[in-house]
Design a protein around this ligand. Structure first.
Ligand SMILES: NCc1[nH]cc(CCC(=O)O)c1CC(=O)O
Length: 319
């Protein structure tokens, strides 16, 4: 007897289709069931407004979650960094697979790296987090750059460099890697220069909370270290009371002594988009073994960042 196909809800962008296709294949192998992709259009796909203006939070995710709640699809794949920090009770984050490269990258004309950009270079990014950190780097290295707010899918954004409108654009390495375009990268930005968005490079696989057998099957795709890391990063974001369009970067990683994993480190940054002020801090603790412990690591760092004035920097709703 063959069971009915699992319906996997996905956005229609090239990136969403690529990552959903990759997860669909793994779910097929895992469950032995056919998996069909169901395309869903989200507000973030149709709105032409700047993300920082529409609030960012959940614009790519709400319609997918609605389809899950209504039972129109069985599972959904999101870029974890697009997922609001509040988890709806009807849904479970069934798996967070192993994270890809979390870094941001530059695609610049003539193969230029960030440090090689000429004075006055026009750098496209709609992300306040990227603007804040790139401008801070430029200031401290005697460079002048102009950050230009852009949005759109990967083709659109890279297109601004090819058509000469911009000298460079900044994107997530993971997105380019999932659509097989890392060869166009001209500079992988060190996380010491630009901390990624909380959850960047990771995927989230959600299903209905009542579908316990599917949730249990999907749990096989979970990577506990990635889950602990992104849980700490998102807890920091939530404790700062910031959304995914706020100028907040965070990255948790493991500190090892040879082969032995010792601790988890969590780094966080908040800044003004002009880069004149950054609050950048780091904390370490035992590798979290529970969600509660991972959340505590994030909250701990948030308290320290707030004590250093982080809230005042986020109040700014500028592009
Ligand atoms: N904000 C859109 C978005 N959501 C996830 C990714 C990339 C993939 C990822 O970080 O997992 C991107 C594009 C980008 O920032 O360049």
């Amino acid at each position: 007897m063959t069971e009915r196909a699992l319906r996997l809800g996905t956005r229609r962008s090239k990136l969403a289709m690529a990552q959903s296709g990759q997860v669909a294949e793994k779910v097929r192998q895992l469950t032995g069931r056919p998996v069909e992709l169901v395309e869903i259009t989200t507000y973030g796909d149709t709105s032409r407004e700047h993300l920082a203006q529409i609030g960012g939070t959940g614009v790519f995710v709400a319609a997918l979650r609605e389809a899950l709640v209504k039972g129109e699809v069985d599972l959904a794949v999101h870029s974890l960094k697009d997922l609001p920090t509040a988890q709806p009770a009807e849904l479970v984050l069934a798996a967070v697979p192993e994270r890809e490269d979390p870094r941001d990258v530059l695609i610049a004309r003539d193969g230029l790296t960030f440090a090689e950009l000429p004075d006055g270079a026009r750098v496209g990014t709609g992300s306040p987090r990227r603007m804040a950190q790139l401008n801070a780097y430029a200031r401290s290295h005697g460079m002048t750059i102009e950050t230009v707010p852009i949005r759109g899918n990967i083709d659109t954004r890279v297109g601004y460099v090819h058509n000469g409108e911009l000298d460079a654009v900044v994107l997530a390495a993971a997105g380019l890697s999932r659509i097989g375009r890392t060869d166009e990268v001209t500079d992988f930005l060190s996380v010491d220069t630009v901390l990624p968005a909380p959850g960047q490079g990771a995927l989230a696989i959600e299903c209905a909370a009542h579908n316990a057998s599917l949730a249990a099957a999907l749990a096989e795709l979970d990577d506990p270290y990635t889950r602990a890391a992104v849980t700490a990063e998102r807890s920091l974001l939530a404790a700062l009371e910031a959304g995914c369009s706020a100028p907040v970067g965070a990255l948790a990683d493991l500190l090892a002594d040879g082969q032995i994993v010792k601790e988890m480190r969590l780094r966080g940054v908040v800044g003004t988009t002009d880069g004149s002020t950054l609050v950048q801090l780091s904390t370490t603790g035992p590798v979290p073994e529970t969600e509660t412990q991972a959340m505590a690591l994030g909250r701990e760092l948030a308290v320290e960042m707030l004590a250093k004035g982080a809230a005042g920097l986020m109040g700014e709703r500028a592009l």
